[in-house]
Design a binder for this molecule. Structure first.
Ligand SMILES: NC(=O)C1=CN([C@@H]2O[C@H](COP(=O)(O)OP(=O)(O)OC[C@H]3O[C@@H](n4cnc5c(N)ncnc54)[C@H](O)[C@@H]3O)[C@@H](O)[C@H]2O)C=CC1
Ligand SMILES: O=C(O)[C@@H]1CCC=N1
Length: 253
């Protein structure tokens, strides 16, 4: 299978890295805005085919990872084959908008997140009738290589995309703050980041593998009269939950 990637910024390069772990790099066809030294270095590292024109007629699937405001203009200047399945990762773009440009192609809209680079993404997928069942199966199998797919109706796609797509940045801010506090208490920076990240990883793994509600997991950590409950109350005193709620609603606005 030949897989095109249009746009090689943060999202595009994360998808490329994840795909390169599962598919032959020479089957990945990549087109950035310009051929920059950074893109050439990335090409040498991964080994994908670097295109100089927006011609994806050889691609069975095309990931679109271009900036939202320019995407429809870029797609109108992009060549695909009749059988090319378009997978848009562009926030705000709908399957109908893609089919307006490519009426005969199957179109699927997703909001992936940066952990697709390590095949641990959370991929919000809009359920729509814009792909044939066979093409949808191809998309499902392809995306499953990059992480967990959460398929929701169009009405919920925005909020799932916000929590999954923007969420890594919120968690990164949290890890950064944890590490700063550890450094403030004398730990070296490298160890502080390692501790913060492995703690977040383990907490997420436990929640996913046991299916346990996070409030129940929190209760398992808060020993009576212990240190954790003092910290949880400290979070509440500083409005942590409200801050997270506000962040999600701002991003989803
Ligand atoms: N960064 C993230 O975590 C996520 C991003 N997205 C979506 O991915 C898209 C890109 O976002 P980022 O990667 O963060 O931005 P970015 O600015 O890092 O990358 C955008 C890329 O598009 C390229 N580009 C611009 N015009 C082009 C053209 N005419 N032809 C080919 N490439 C062109 C730019 O050179 C750049 O490499 C956006 O639509 C965003 O909504 C979706 C989910 C998560
Ligand atoms: O910040 C953004 O607009 C993109 C979409 C989701 C994550 N990053």
């Amino acid at each position: 299978m030949k897989i095109g990637i249009l746009g090689a910024g943060h999202m595009g390069s994360s998808i490329i890295r994840g795909l390169a772990n599962c598919y032959s790099a020479t089957d990945l066809l990549v087109k950035g805005h310009r051929v920059t030294p950074e893109l050439q270095a990335f090409q040498r590292e991964i080994g994908f085919q670097l295109l100089t024109e927006n011609d994806f007629s050889a691609a069975d699937v095309l990931f679109v990872t271009t900036p939202a405001p320019a995407t429809q203009t870029i797609l109108r200047a992009t060549n695909v084959a009749n059988h090319t399945i378009i997978i848009s990762a562009v926030q705000g773009i709908t399957p109908a908008q893609i089919q307006d440009i490519f009426p005969t192609n199957s179109a699927v809209c997703i909001i992936p997140n940066i952990p697709v680079a390590v095949n641990a993404g959370c991929i919000a997928m809009t359920k729509a009738d814009a792909a044939t069942p066979a093409d949808q199966k191809t998309v499902d199998e392809l995306l499953a290589q990059l992480g967990t797919i959460v398929a929701v109706p169009a009405t919920n796609a925005g909020i799932v995309g916000t929590v999954a797509g923007c969420g890594p940045a919120f968690v990164d801010v949290f890890m950064s703050a944890l590490a700063d506090a550890a450094v403030q208490n004398g730990l070296d920076r490298k160890t502080a980041y390692q501790v913060a990240a492995s703690m977040v990883f383990g907490s997420a793994k436990l929640a996913l593998e046991t299916g346990t509600n996070p409030d129940v997991l929190k209760d398992q950590v808060t020993s009576p009269g212990g240190s954790t409950i003092k910290g949880v109350v400290g979070l509440d005193e500083k409005g942590f939950r409200n801050a997270v709620n506000h962040a999600v609603n701002q991003a989803n606005g």
